[in-house]
Design a protein around this ligand. Structure first.
Ligand SMILES: *Cc1c(COP(=O)(O)O)cnc(C)c1O
Length: 400
């Protein structure tokens, strides 16, 4: 069976985790600090805060900005549930934006259209562009629109670790937050590197970094300069009491433990090799699929070297072919090939339909109706790619 995605774990990853197990600190120890430093370096950001998963990372980002009821945050509807859910978790409103029907990305145009249509109906505070499949949204243009409209930009970079963003020859790593306040990552096993469960927020802003670290740990601080209750915090010699901590705001336990971070650190060292392999596999798919059938084409991607290549989706004209996507997936499954659909537009979920009825987002619908993610992961062989392409073409040829 070739799954649509899977982790690549070697003996040195296992050894890194075992070393933590044999040591003194299973959580709150040096592996967390090491991983955060390595991640910050890898994405060229001054601050990286590790946390328990990508959803926690997004939630922390929205919490750190202090958003709540009355605030409105733009989220492209073609994403995983979590991007929109974190907005609801702080009590803010989701303003769903449409996406390009072929790339699935939020574009400067779809963002502008969303803002124009909403104008006068509320205060839009932020936008969360999603770098779907590993391909970055047009960040310089999106940042310009955000600046004109006083929006803060939080990147959902869960698909895009290792990618880059460019503007007039300037190249910034995804996560460097060159055109945003924060970027959020997931290290779920199907993503670019695996931590079992894991995530991170990266930022250039030291105040946001501090707030996120505090919110990740119950909202508490042990930093004496933050203490406000003098008589409880300090003894007669103005020394902070050794047991003392303060909680100015309610927070969460969103920490990542040393086991997760040791694995993340070890995996991060292989990220360049993983990406090379993902790119090579993607260009093999491109070569084999291009011009093969009119009803089947890869999702257009701008520049391979800037892409995180999380997923390899193709667009298939199921309606025109007269075969359902479920039937195609079922036949591929029988041939030993796993596929997946990324994603059901979030505004179609019952929870969001009840909140925001009447929404029409035709770009997202057109993408969703046609998309199918083919297997893509570093340990795939070239022959696996050939097998997937042949099986898919056979299935589609059989219906016309
Ligand atoms: C994976 C993912 C998330 C959530 O990450 P978890 O680690 O699973 O919580 C959020 N957004 C996108 C786009 C994702 O792909």
């Amino acid at each position: 069976m070739i799954p649509y995605g899977r982790q690549s774990i070697d003996d040195d990853d296992i050894a890194a985790v075992v070393e933590v197990l044999r040591g003194d600190m299973l959580t709150g120890g040096p592996a967390v600090v090491r991983f955060e430093a390595a991640l910050a370096k890898a994405v060229e950001a001054p601050h990286a805060i590790a946390c328990s998963n990508g959803t926690a990372a997004l939630h922390l980002a929205v919490l750190a900005l202090g958003f709540g009821p009355g605030d409105v945050i733009v989220v492209p509807t073609l994403t995983f549930l979590a991007t929109a859910n974190v907005v609801r978790m702080v009590g803010a409103e989701v303003l769903f934006a449409d996406v390009d029907p072929n790339s699935g990305l939020l574009t400067p145009q779809t963002l502008q259209d969303t803002l124009t249509e909403f104008s006068g109906k509320g205060t839009v505070r932020a936008v969360i562009p999603v770098h779907l499949n590993g391909q970055s949204c047009a960040m310089p243009e999106i940042a310009a629109i955000a600046a004109e409209n006083d929006l803060i930009v939080i990147e959902d970079a869960c698909h895009a670790l290792g990618g880059a963003q460019v503007d007039d020859g300037r190249r910034a790593a995804v996560g460097a937050t060159a055109w945003s306040s924060m970027a959020c990552f997931s290290f779920h096993p199907v993503k670019a590197i695996a931590m079992g469960e894991g995530g991170a927020v990266t930022t250039r802003d030291p105040d946001l970094a501090r707030r996120i670290m505090q919110l990740r740990n119950h909202g508490m601080t042990r930093n004496p300069s933050d203490f406000t209750q003098q008589e409880q915090a300090f003894d007669e010699d103005a020394q902070a009491n050794p047991w003392y901590y303060e909680m100015p705001d309610v927070g969460f336990n969103y920490r990542a433990c040393d086991l997760q971070c040791a694995l993340g650190d070890s995996q991060l060292r292989k990220l360049p090799a993983f990406l090379d392999r993902r790119r090579a596999l993607a260009s093999r798919y491109d070569e084999l699929l291009t011009g093969r059938r009119n009803s089947l084409r890869p999702v257009p991607r701008a520049a391979s070297e800037n892409d995180g290549w999380h997923l390899y989706p193709v667009l298939i004209d199921f309606a025109g072919l007269g075969i359902s996507r479920a039937e195609v997936m079922g036949r591929l499954q029988k041939a030993g090939i796993g596929t997946q659909v990324h994603y059901i537009p979030v505004h179609r979920q019952p929870y969001y339909r009840a909140l925001y009825p009447e929404l029409k987002l035709p770009g997202a619908d057109a993408y969703y109706e046609r998309c199918l993610s083919l297997p893509l992961f570093p340990s795939m062989s070239d022959e696996d790619v050939d097998k997937v392409v042949n099986a898919l073409c056979d299935v589609l040829a059989a219906v016309n």
